[in-house]
Ligand binder design. Structure first.
Ligand code: MG
Length: 452
């Protein structure tokens, strides 16, 4: 026996001692090539948990608060153990339901329910053609449901699996709106009285459609009668005034946010953002459409106003260049749109290295399961920035139990294992989803579509 062989022999003896198996294990052939024998000798604590398999994946569609919501339920081979995840693409909800019931179920049945990372990658690449909102939302439903299951298996809320709390609860902003700057500012004041430190101020809804007069394209009978009109000049003029009045009425302490919703030409957006700099916005959201990322370079050179961006991004890779170049300050991901907690946490962690913070997109067309998933991530992410507040009506609370709650401007999750939200399927069936996607078309005075 040479020196090297001697060392190997000694370390085997050492290991056997630690395992409490004694020297006899060598005689029993523990280190022989038979993997079955080796398997037998591995102590229970080193084996991990008993594997569980995915038994079925199915979609639950419901619209208790008006917007179509889609939730995925994943059942496992362990009786009674299942998970829920948000797969809501409200505008094309029925297509997502088909993707889940007709494809995801077949693809996932029999997979190890513990291997979330592997499930994510295998489903993502399973159709070869990938990275669209329908399949990404279906994938998000699966991903979040598997995190829910893992939390239930571990007996821990999901934020614990992501590293544990870095804050006691999640600071949120909510929306102040009005037909005039004064009305919006009064609304903001009422919100502050409820304990909010962050308020988003908008006048006349998205694109300031309500402050617009009747456009020429409607008089000419061009396009659809229901299409909205945006007067871009009136909007550009209204925003600095809105900030001026809001600061006067609400004071210096409150953080003010605003969403351009990608509905200006790039230079107009840059001009508008520069013009509100003196009112110190917390962030301005979505200055350019996602097809125009290079404009951020010019925006950054011209203003110090923090920027939030990304609700229309499809994929975690879209963040790489933006982060390396530090084009914006807040990650505005629509979590189900990029495929769930797994990719969202990767982007969040990457943001830590570039001092870029999270601001997950949290509108009414995210299910309470999805809001809970976001809140779990917020609790466990150091470079958290802000979260959009939730507001659930009675019908929503009839369908979903254990929803995230708001208190004095903070969001909290239900402190039970998993994501903490349950669904009453009987109640959900009372509010079926529809193919009515609403009208998202906004036009200029001559009928040209404005691209959000
Ligand atoms: Mg937005």
């Amino acid at each position: 026996m040479n020196k090297e062989e001697q060392q190997v022999q000694e370390s085997r003896r050492e290991l056997l001692k630690k395992l409490g198996l004694g020297a006899g294990a060598g005689v029993l052939g523990l280190f022989n090539s038979s993997s079955a024998q080796a398997e037998q000798a591995v102590p229970s604590y080193a084996k991990g948990m008993k594997p569980i398999r995915i038994k079925s994946v199915r979609a639950i569609g419901t619209a208790p608060q008006g917007s179509n919501l889609v939730v995925v339920r994943v059942d496992t081979t362990e009786p009674g153990l299942y998970g829920l995840g948000c797969a809501t693409f409200t505008q094309r909800a029925e297509v997502v339901v088909t993707a889940i019931n007709r494809y995801l179920n077949d693809l996932c049945t029999g997979k190890d329910a513990d291997n979330i990372e592997d499930a994510w990658h295998s489903v993502y690449t399973s159709s070869y053609w990938r990275n669209g909102p329908v399949l990404n939302n279906a994938l998000s439903g699966l991903d979040q449901a598997l995190w829910d299951i893992k939390g239930k298996r571990a007996g821990m809320p999901v934020y614990q699996l992501l590293g544990g709390k870095v804050r006691f609860a999640v600071p949120c902003y909510t929306h102040a709106n009005g037909r005039s700057p004064e009305e919006t500012a009064e609304d903001a004041k009422r919100i502050m009285e409820r304990g909010f430190r962050y308020v988003r101020v908008q006048q006349g809804g998205y694109g300031a459609t309500a402050i617009s007069s009747k456009p020429d394209f409607k008089t000419a009978g061009f396009a659809n009668e229901k299409d909205q009109y945006m007067d871009q000049v009136a909007y550009r003029k209204s925003v600095p005034k809105l900030f001026e009045v809001a600061r006067k009425v609400c004071g210096e302490e409150v953080e003010l946010l605003h969403d351009i919703h990608e509905r200006l030409d790039p230079m107009d957006a840059i001009h508008l953002i520069k013009s509100v700099e003196e009112y110190r916005p917390f962030f301005i959201e979505d200055p350019f459409s996602p097809e125009n990322p290079k404009w951020f370079q010019m925006l950054r050179q011209n203003t110090t106003v923090p920027i939030a961006m990304g609700e229309l991004f499809n994929n975690q890779n879209e963040w790489k260049e933006a982060m390396v170049n530090q084009w914006f300050d807040y990650i505005r991901i629509h979590v189900s749109q990029i495929g769930g907690i797994t990719p969202a946490m990767k982007v969040a962690r990457l943001g830590e290295w570039f001092n870029i913070k999270t601001a997950w997109h949290g509108p009414g067309d995210v299910s309470p399961v999805g809001h809970a998933a976001q809140c779990h991530m917020d609790l466990a992410t150091w470079n958290f920035g802000i979260q959009e507040a939730v507001s659930f009506n009675e019908k929503m609370l009839e369908v979903f139990q254990g929803c995230p709650t708001m208190n004095k401007g903070y969001m909290s999750v239900n402190e039970v294992p998993g994501l903490g939200v349950e669904i009453n399927e009987k109640a959900a069936a009372k509010y079926p989803i529809t193919n009515n996607a609403g009208n998202w078309q906004v036009r200029k005075f001559d009928g040209t579509l404005v691209r959000p």
